[in-house]
Design a protein around this ligand. Sequence first.
Ligand code: SF4
Length: 178
Amino acid sequence: MIYTMTEFDESGESQASILCRSCGLCCTGKLFIWAKLRPAELDAAEALGLTVFRSDPSQRGFSQPCPLWHGQCSIHNSPVYPHICRAYQCKLLKEVLAEKSTLSSALKVVEQVNEMIDELKQIMPVSSNRNFRENLVANIEHPAETTRQEEGYQEFLLKADALLHFYDIYFGVTDLFE
Ligand code: SF4
């Protein structure tokens, strides 16, 4: 996420900053499974405490949720802040920055998506080693036979499909990483 909008509220915080601080979806494993890093960033990211993977040159990055997100990014002003974190803007943020959408309507989208995620969490099998997005994909594409036969599985599929559509329409996200 990036905070560049010049419009500020009474406290001096930019609208983009307010939106991203209220959201955090792109940092917390709700939208993405992992984020890309440049080769020169790998050591610094690891030193920051990120879980870095580097063995496959086409897939170098860090897994989400980011441990440095604490309601807001704790390394936003660091000189080793990863490029992807500085550069990434979802569609929702871009529309607020371009003044095609108001902050209040964007915050309503964030509220709605969080409600959808919370509903899914209640009916999706829990995983201790997968983040939300990874667990969502696994339960859509490779559900355990017992899960597939459960009464609520069709309801899960409908809600999961609605969430993925919402990600596409409002956040411009269809892929598993950025
Ligand atoms: S998903 Fe978009 S609005 Fe939410 S924190 Fe990331 S860039 Fe900001």
